[in-house]
Structure formats: C-alpha cells, structure tokens
Design a protein around this ligand. Structure first.
Ligand code: GDP
Length: 141
C-alpha cells in the first residue's frame, strides 16, 4: 500500500459552501478510489494536533480556528502515486496561484480557506490516515 494512498480533508468553508459533493465528484473523475471517509467536526485539540508542524507559524491560530469552524469531510484516497497525483489535482496552497481546473482554483477562497488538504508525503499520508481512521474503517479490495 505504501505510495498508493493520500489523506484529504474538505475544509469547513468548502463544506459550508456546498462544495463537498462537487469536490468528491472531481476526486472520483480523476480516478481516485475512496477507501475510507467520514463527516465530522474537528475539536480544537484535534486541529492543533493535526497541524502541529505549523505551531510556530503566524497563521497557526487562525488555521485552527477555521478548521474547527464546522464539519469537514476526511477521506483516504487510493491511486498509484497518490500523494503526487492528488497534489497535482488540487494545485498549490494559494488558490490564486493554482492552475485553471485545479480543485483549489475552482473551490478555494484564500490561502487559508483553500478548500482541501492533501498529504505532502507518503510518510505523512500514513500518519494522517491513522489520525482519522482505524483499520476497521477502511475498505480495501
Ligand atoms: P498545503 O500542504 O498546501 O496544505 O500547505 P501547508 O502544509 O504549507 O499549510 C497547511 C495549511 O495552512 C494550508 O493548507 C492553509 O490552509 C494554511 N496556510 C498555509 N500557509 C498559510 C499562510 O501563509 N496564511 C494563512 N492564513 N494560512 C496558511
């Protein structure tokens, strides 16, 4: 499995704007298979833990606040070379710099409210998948 999964979150503002369905359709159309998914609201402690790597950054508090402002959709996506393929589909962090047709360009509002999260390495894909999902919550052929 290593190298074939990535973890995504559809962020609270995108969910609030009604983009969960359209974003999942884009993910599906791009050939990713959803092997786990949940609709939940992160607690402050969970959001802080998830973004702990950014705790010294100036935007950390705002990021935690926005990520706990409403429900997210979290999912493990499977595809060959999933991390790279998904980051190509979503585009860079800032929607204004994301290419036409990318998910962040289409659905993102700002560098913070950029519609979706995508793991940045195979190692983090595994750590982040374990953060959200037990083995029993995964559906692998
Ligand atoms: P990603 O891997 O593209 O999601 O980007 P990072 O890991 O660098 O940052 C994590 C998240 O923090 C991003 O998805 C944004 O929601 C937020 N973020 C990153 N950089 C900034 C910034 O300069 N300002 C603000 N307000 N939020 C940021």
């Amino acid at each position: 499995m290593t190298g074939n999964i990535t973890l995504t979150m559809i962020k609270p503002l995108a969910v609030k704007q009604g983009f969960a369905g359209p974003i999942l359709a884009r993910i599906n159309d791009a050939g990713f298979r959803i092997i786990a998914m949940k609709y939940m609201r992160l607690s402050e402690a969970q959001a802080k833990a998830f973004y702990d790597v950014h705790r010294e950054r100036p935007f950390y508090q705002d990021l935690v606040k926005s990520m706990t402002s409403g429900p997210i959709v979290a999912a493990i996506l499977e595809k060959e070379n999933a991390v790279e393929a998904y980051r190509a589909l979503i585009g860079p962090t800032d929607p204004a710099k994301a290419p036409e047709g990318s998910i962040r360009r289409q659905f993102g509002v700002s560098i913070e409210a950029n519609a979706v999260h995508g793991s940045d390495s195979d190692e983090n894909a595994i750590i982040e998948s374990n953060f959200f999902f037990s083995q029993l919550e995964r559906f692998i052929d």
